[in-house]
Design a binder for this molecule. Structure first.
Ligand code: MN
Length: 430
């Protein structure tokens, strides 16, 4: 199927129709507040949403990308108090939660653009979290943003490139092994024809998004990795100086390449003023990844669920990332390491005690085990014992995350997690 066909087919769907109607009803020159996730996919969404609303609606857009995943009404109220009223709130790549209904008390119209497994359904919001016929959710929110943009007007080269980077960040495709999510395929075909050099396997150090063990990667993976490092720029202030908040910096980077020709190398991608700052962060980030190899290379075998090996890495993050409440550096190194190990049916749990609290990242390959259900059940059980604490867990079937604040003891999280696993293991390790 060609991309244009997918766009016309999806446009018939109720969710896209309602979204287009919502935006058309707002007329022109409205004021929009966008809260987006702080990861690669999330910052790509922020850029695409800003471009869509500015270009096609003449809207004013304020983009905010806080480190926490689930948006709270307090965060929204704070921005409104500081910068004035908005006609629209767009929540992108930050989950689909029933609690998002509360936002309509602060900003009347709320649009949720997402691809995570919903945890409740906000009836008072317009929700754009499309499901394929197969029942699968979209592989990246940036793809949903690009589809919506294509229904409202014409995306340009930079929009295409940024959407492709978002897809790569959320592993919607891989270049070296040829994998591509079914729903991303028409888009991929289109961008690959447009920018062939970005999508060719090249001999080089594998990125955190590639399979380690082979000296192969691609330019689009390197760009996605540089963007990931860019979102962490503020953690590198000691070495490179105060450069501002990482996700905002990446948004600047994308705006810097608007109007120019599509970059054909990493140096070209990072050649502008902001680009050069991100390049220096990126170099430090690569050194960090090498330093972390030792901490992740020997995962603990916990047992088997059917044919699936359940593995655990229990390790600290680098000091600079100890205050982050999200997966920053270590889990990515652990996952890239395991993918290069030649195993085929595995679940890897990366358990990270941090200054900011306990963070767990989980990924699965070649198995039916659902990471999002596992970590949301863990969060549910802990939340019932530690009431009033901000404990969260969820994501996708193949990749999910969990976070609990320091007021929930590390041992309690570990205990509950092992307990939950014990119920699932068919062949415990002895
Ligand atoms: Mn995402």
């Amino acid at each position: 199927m060609i991309y244009g066909e997918l766009v016309s087919r999806l446009r018939e769907g109720q969710d896209f129709q309602r979204t287009v109607e919502l935006l058309d009803d707002l007329g022109k020159r409205f004021r929009a507040l966008n809260f987006s996730h702080n990861d690669v996919d999330g910052v790509c969404c922020a850029f695409l949403i800003k471009r869509t609303l500015e270009r096609f609606f003449g809207a004013e857009v304020v983009s905010v990308m806080p480190p926490s995943f689930m948006l709270t009404v307090e965060e929204v109220r704070e921005i409104v108090n500081r910068t004035g009223d908005f006609d629209l709130l767009v929540i992108s790549d930050k989950g689909t939660f029933g609690s998002y209904d509360r936002m309509t008390g602060v900003i009347k119209r709320v649009l949720v653009i997402d691809h995570h497994q919903p945890q409740g359904y906000p009836d008072r919001c317009t929700v754009l979290n499309p499901k394929a016929e197969t029942g699968k959710f979209m592989p990246a929110s940036a793809l949903v943003c690009h589809l919506l943009m294509s229904m409202l007007g014409k995306p340009d080269d930079v929009d295409d490139l940024v959407a492709a980077i978002g897809c790569r960040g959320d592993l919607a495709f891989d270049i070296v092994d040829g994998f591509c999510d079914e729903m991303a395929e028409p888009f991929m075909q289109m961008v690959r024809e447009k920018f062939p050099v970005l999508f060719e396997p090249v001999e080089d150090e594998p990125t955190i998004f590639d399979r380690a063990g082979r000296r192969k990667t691609s330019l689009i993976s390197q760009m996605a990795e540089a963007v990931h490092a860019g979102t962490l720029a503020h953690l590198y202030a000691e070495e490179i100086g105060e450069v501002g908040y990482g996700p905002d910096l990446v948004l600047n980077l994308f705006e810097e390449i608007v109007g120019g020709r599509p970059p054909a190398s990493l140096e070209e991608f990072l050649s502008g003023e902001t680009g050069r700052v991100i390049m220096s962060v990126y170099k430090k980030f690569r050194e960090d990844c090498t330093r972390l190899e030792d901490r992740v290379k020997d995962p603990i075998f916990l047992g088997k669920i059917g044919k699936t090996e359940v593995l655990l890495v229990f390790a600290r993050e680098l000091k600079r990332a100890a205050k982050t409440t999200f997966s920053a550096i270590l889990p990515f190194v652990a996952f890239s390491h395991i993918r290069g190990s030649g195993r085929s049916n595995w679940v890897l749990i990366v358990f990270c005690p941090k200054d900011a609290g306990t963070q767990i990242s989980m990924r699965a390959e070649g198995t039916e085990i659902d990471c999002a259900s596992f970590l949301s059940e863990l969060a549910r059980r802990l939340a019932s014992r530690y009431r009033g604490e901000r404990i969260g867990g969820g994501g996708h079937k193949e990749a999910a995350g969990f976070f609990a604040p320091p007021s929930v003891p590390v041992y309690a999280v570990l205990h509950e997690m092992v307990f939950l696993l014990e119920e699932m293991l068919t062949e415990p390790a002895v």
